[in-house]
Design a protein around this ligand. Structure first.
Ligand code: SAM
Length: 299
């Protein structure tokens, strides 16, 4: 790639931190603006200087690199901040993707914000967003969970928290922990659908869409390799759950009414809505909801 000759001086504001998104595999995914900023800033803070050196060589960009990673973030962060406060501009580049998303960037961002240093996003690749966009699941609302805790108990507790979440769930996972995570997901979330994106933008890129049980069988037969993003379908919404249950079932209607009450609807409105949607008798549903409550309900 040719060196970009014109300087974007209006982008290179002294005393600013630029969060530069870099490719997650395919080097052509670097944006022109990212190249310009990497070239124009006074120095680049890199999670792994060896990785960033290769990217800069590919882009034919020469600039000073300082190391900033999770083991030196306290000391290196202070030095970077003091240079920025002295008027230098800095680009932060992590190993891949958008700095701050499940990597050390967020600490430096906070440090800069606390000192009123402008923090500028230079957006680009992000594995979570790429995997979500091809999953086919609802992307209007989703929750990004990053890496699940390594500790089994904590992992189970986190999955329990997510069990009733209607939003699509997005996780990062290392290949050697993939099977363990899929099994825990199936145990806690049930046999949901999952979209597994592997090696996005790289030679062996693939997205597999199946149920959690089929995913487990697949990876028992084929050892997981490469980098993975797991996109799990959210818990069935109340309405979908009702549709899945038999229409007119009093139990399903009661579950829907209780969920609506938990979400803030009055008992009267919840019963009316659930009865309408399920075709149950309103009076029977009132009685069922009242019976379930510890105290008699004021309807
Ligand atoms: N900041 C990065 C981003 O914006 O995507 C994420 C950094 S996190 C330390 C690394 C994790 O991202 C990997 O373990 C993997 O789960 C996911 N990841 C990164 N590149 C990927 C790729 N090309 N394909 C699939 N997953 C990827």
């Amino acid at each position: 790639m040719n060196r970009i000759s014109h300087s974007f001086t209006h982008e290179n504001k002294s005393g600013s931190l630029y969060l530069v998104a870099t490719p997650i595999g395919n080097l052509s995914d670097i944006s022109r603006r990212a190249c310009q900023v990497l070239q124009d800033v006074d120095f680049i803070a890199a999670e792994d200087t060896r990785v960033t050196v290769k990217l800069l060589a590919h882009l034919d960009i020469k600039n000073e690199l300082v190391s900033y990673h999770k083991h030196n973030m306290k000391s290196s962060g202070k030095v970077i901040l003091s240079r920025i406060l002295n008027g230098e501009s800095c680009a932060l580049a992590t190993d891949a993707g958008t700095p701050g998303i499940s990597d050390p960037g967020e600490d430096l961002v906070r440090l800069c914000i606390c000192s009123d240093v402008p923090v500028v996003a230079i957006p680009g690749p992000c594995a979570a967003v790429a995997a979500l966009s091809v999953s086919g699941f609802c992307a209007d609302r989703f929750t990004f969970e990053g890496f699940l805790p390594a500790d089994k108990k904590k992992r189970g507790a986190r999955l329990c928290e997510l069990k009733n979440d209607n939003r699509t769930l997005v996780f990062y996972e290392a290949p050697h922990k993939l099977l363990r995570t899929l099994r825990d997901m199936q145990d806690t979330l049930g046999d949901r659908n999952i979209s597994i994106s592997r090696e996005i933008t790289k030679i062996y890129e693939e997205t597999l869409r199946f149920s959690l049980s089929k995913a487990i069988s697949h990876f028992e037969a084929t050892a997981p390799r490469g980098e993975f993003v797991l996109v799990v379908e959210g818990a069935a919404s109340d309405k979908a759950a009702i549709a899945a249950a038999s229409i007119g079932s009093l139990d399903a209607a009661k579950a829907m009414a209780v969920s609506l009450i938990d979400n803030g609807l009055s008992v009267r409105d919840a019963v009316k809505k659930a009865a309408l949607e399920t075709g149950c008798s309103k009076n029977e549903l009132y009685k069922a909801v009242q019976l379930q409550a510890a105290q008699p309900l004021d309807v």
